[in-house]
Each structure stands twice: as C-alpha cells, then as structure tokens.
Design a protein around this ligand. Structure first.
Ligand code: NI
Length: 207
C-alpha cells in the first residue's frame, strides 16, 4: 500500500543520487585540501602568510625594502623607542644573541620597525638602537608604510587608551621577534622574554 507521504520510486532514486553527488563533492574537496597540505613544504598557509614586501626608511634616512636583506637571516621586531619595558628587553636579548653568535652574526640582520612613526624619526631610531648593538637597524617611515609592514607581519599595534596628552602616550604592540629565512620566508618566532642564549642556539640551525 502506498501512503501519500512516501516518495515514488523514481523520486527516491533521484534523491539518493543527489545525496551521493553531494557526498562525492565533499570528499573531493577534502582530498584536494589534503593533497595541497601534503605538497606544501613550509606547512599550513597561515604560517607562510607572515611577512612579505615592505618599503620603509632606515635609521640613516635611506629608503629600504625587504629585498635589500635577502641572503641574510632577519630578526624582525616591531616596537617603539618610548616603550618602557618590552622593547628594551627584547633589544637587549637580541644583542646578547648576536654576541653569542660571534662571527656568524654577520649573516643575521636584526630590524626594529617602529609602530610609532610620528615620534620615531630616523635620527631617533638611530640613537635608540645604538644603545643596544651596532648591528641593529632601526626602520621607520610614513604611518602608511609602517602600518603596511605591521599588517604584513600580522602585528597588532594601537595607541593605548587613556593617554590623550600629545607626545605622552604608550603603544600596545605584539612582542614577538620573527625569524625570516635567507629567502625572506618566515621560519619561526621568539616569544617575548626569550633569552639571547636561546635565540643564538636556535639561530645557529639556519646559518
Ligand atoms: Ni615595546
């Protein structure tokens, strides 16, 4: 006996075929994604997305781009010269790492990119990085240029709320030090508070 809600045999066949088709498409999509992950030697795409082209001004007032540093390991840190704590500590440990690497440190270029270009002129950057190590290069630029570089490195930076007095404000920012390979691609990052000795030990692997 056939009830009104039952599908006719051909309708049921059609429905089953439709379901098989959807399942097939889903499986194919999963397979394509898995193959792409397997073929990707540098890991998931999110990791590759850190870094990229930038155009900035170095602490001698010269325009520079990411291409100027190819062939060397880069330590990229975003901060600002008025930072009371995180930045000086990070720069201090970078200096310790460079000294620990000795002659091999010539293939390592540490960059301090400002997130506060309004106050951090090339001259200010130059005076600041010189306190830590002669190899550290300070980078600044227009607000558009430094914002673009921060975006490329997925760095968060924002003027702290509550400090409305002009030229007396703090900037909250990401405290990671990015290690970029000689080909300009992301290799690793050091969390804030990593010691210079640990940095040197890990950097030796890529030198
Ligand atoms: Ni800082």
């Amino acid at each position: 006996m056939k009830m009104a809600w039952q599908l006719s045999e051909s309708a049921a066949r059609g429905l089953r075929r439709g379901m098989f088709l959807v399942a097939g498409i889903v499986l194919a999509a999963i397979a394509v994604f898995a193959v792409r992950l397997a073929l990707d030697p540098d890991g998931p795409p999110a990791v590759q997305a850190i870094g990229g082209p930038f155009t900035l001004v170095d602490h001698n007032g010269r325009p520079v781009s990411d291409r100027d540093f190819q062939g060397r390991l880069l330590l990229v840190y975003f901060g600002f010269t008025n930072c009371p704590d995180m930045c000086p500590l990070a720069m201090q440990e970078v200096a310790v790492a460079l000294d620990a690497l000795g002659a091999a440190s010539k293939d390592v270029q540490p960059l301090l990119v400002t997130v506060d270009p309004e106050r951090d002129s090339p001259a200010t950057m130059k005076r600041y990085v010189a306190q830590f190590h002669p190899a550290i290069l300070g980078l600044t630029g227009t607000k558009e240029q430094t914002d673009a570089a921060a975006r490329a490195y997925r760095v968060y930076a924002a003027r702290a709320k509550g400090d409305s007095v002009e030229h007396h404000y703090s900037v909250d920012h990401t405290g990671l030090i990015y290690v970029m390979g000689k080909d300009g691609k992301y290799l690793a990052h050091f969390a804030s508070g990593t010691s210079g000795a640990t940095m040197a030990e890990r950097l030796r692997r890529w030198l």
